[in-house]
Design a protein around this ligand. Sequence first.
Ligand code: SF4
Length: 196
Amino acid sequence: MKHLHGMRELIQYARDSGATDAALIPARDILAEDHLAGFCKPPGCDQFGKAMSCPPHVAGPSAFRQWLPLFEHALVFKIDTFSEALLSPQALLLFKKLHEIASGVQKKAVLMGFLNAKGFAGGSCKTIFCADQEKCGVIAGAPCRHPLTAKPSMSGFGINVSKLIASAGWEMKRASLSPDAAPETPVTLCGLVLID
Ligand code: SF4
């Protein structure tokens, strides 16, 4: 019962931190697929290789599949927004918020005794946190400049976001942005915290 209470507290914490909604799903419901991580490779993403938390520097889908049995739950959270916002300077704030919620929930889960809690967000932390720097600090051989906030991107681990959203019981909106999308097209940004 204490466990269940803790999970409810984490869901509420994610909502209070700015998530449109949060839900708990069984960790075994998450799919990490090689072909999805493949989209991070050129020409899929121009940030490939530029941050320590993106491919090819992350362990990727096969490692994620090995970790999954070590976790019982996953807290999934989302921020609902619109194409227009993601094509404006507000996008940076939305992605920062995504990382802040993932890192905040992870920290709270650890403090509650889920010592291996592991958070994932979206977008390259190089563009979100270190855009004014020539190189990712870690790739340059120094510590991460934002170790308490920057989380690895789910994309690099091939997480199937459509499945994540369906498992959370939410309606699927666009999970990524198309430049020709109408300004009012709904888009969902998603994050995840694995909980042992
Ligand atoms: S130093 Fe910057 S780009 Fe590198 S991992 Fe940390 S936040 Fe990401």
